[in-house]
Design a protein around this ligand. Sequence first.
Ligand SMILES: NC(=O)c1ccc[n+]([C@@H]2O[C@H](COP(=O)([O-])OP(=O)(O)OC[C@H]3O[C@@H](n4cnc5c(N)ncnc54)[C@H](O)[C@@H]3O)[C@@H](O)[C@H]2O)c1
Length: 253
Amino acid sequence: MDGLADKVVLIAGGATGLGANSAHRLAREGAAVVVGDLDGEGAQRTAAAIVAAGGRAVGAQFDISDDTSVRALIAVTVDTYGGMDAVHVNAGDMGSLRKDTNVVDIDLAIWDRTIAVNLRGHMLVTRHSIPVLLARGGGSIVYTSSIASFTGEPRRPAYAVTKAGINALARHVASGWGKDGIRANAITPGLILTDEIKQGADPKMLQGMLRGTRSTRLGEARDISGMVAYLMSDDGAWINGQVVNVDGGTVLR
Ligand SMILES: NC(=O)c1ccc[n+]([C@@H]2O[C@H](COP(=O)([O-])OP(=O)(O)OC[C@H]3O[C@@H](n4cnc5c(N)ncnc54)[C@H](O)[C@@H]3O)[C@@H](O)[C@H]2O)c1
């Protein structure tokens, strides 16, 4: 893809799963990558694997729900590579997802934690990234949302609300700073078979998910990292404020 070589990219939530795969993909495109995650050792592992494969990366521990910690991660990015050109805001509290029952029963602590990580955290990364991107003449922010943001389900209300909020956040940022050279887009993945999901998955559930697609297979992490790279590259330079569905045709919009 054009225009990713030597760009500085922050992955906010890149120890495992989709974020780790995006970090690898962007490094293969020639970007210098900072991998931030609550799981500091996992972030270091992802960065070390990128370096072992010939790329440029550093790992750092941070908590996306904590304002000071988010500021520090962005400072590490700027101090390490001299600035920042793009951010993949990807962290999600997948532990809370299992307890995200329904709006009547949900433990308020689970609701609050989901909002803190999946929505407020994405807002914190956004607000502290914008001035740094503007200092480079603009840049690209790519959020990981979900098809749960528009499908409607009897469970997972906190998750769906945060993902719908992310879609709105992307539109807000595109509207506010598009003229200054900042693009903000959200990717809405369907079920993606990350290594973590493959491990615990019930084969019957996966077959059911496959039936729900218009595809020959379920999603893989490379389906999302390819879109992340595209949206950050010059090939995606005229895409702004969009919610891009990558789900094998599960949802037609
Ligand atoms: N895998 C899927 O099928 C799928 C589908 C739609 C959307 N998503 C979204 O993709 C993103 C990544 O999910 P994944 O499947 O790769 O799961 P994952 O658990 O592998 O990745 C989530 C990452 O976020 C990190 N994280 C959690 N809380 C954090 C915090 N407070 N501060 C910093 N980092 C934190 C985790 O440590 C982890 O590395 C999530 O936002 C998820 O909602 C995933």
